[in-house]
Design a protein around this ligand. Sequence first.
Ligand SMILES: [Zn+2]
Ligand SMILES: [Zn+2]
Length: 144
Amino acid sequence: VSEEILKQHQLKVTAPRRHILEVFQQAPDSHFSAESIYQQLGEANIDIGLATVYRVLSQFEAIGLIERHIFTKDHFVYELKKEGHHDHLVCQACHLVLEFFDNMIEQRQDIIAETHDFLIQDHQHIIYGICPACQKKGDWKATS
Ligand SMILES: [Zn+2]
Ligand SMILES: [Zn+2]
């Protein structure tokens, strides 16, 4: 499947592109930093340098295959672009990103825009906080 997607986007199928795309496909709701992809590939004994990971990610971003976010200062995360809208919860200690969708929030935002005569093009709703695992550790320090 990863090979077909690369071909559809007119990208030559190379081992790094295939492996990195598969990391995203195996966890379509996850948000990865370049370092975490690099680490994950290393753990699977796939030898791809961090510079290559960065290069492939910016190629994927350029063709609209993935999206890049900066939720916390100086920390980029990437996710597979998918149909439909979702918002995010972001852990300020470990950079974990979770997705949510809430009809009531969506409706309220429509009403707010309407009240201000705004034609909505896009919106982002981000909840910053501390994830359960970091709360348990107790020694978390928010980064932004
Ligand atoms: Zn955390
Ligand atoms: Zn997301």
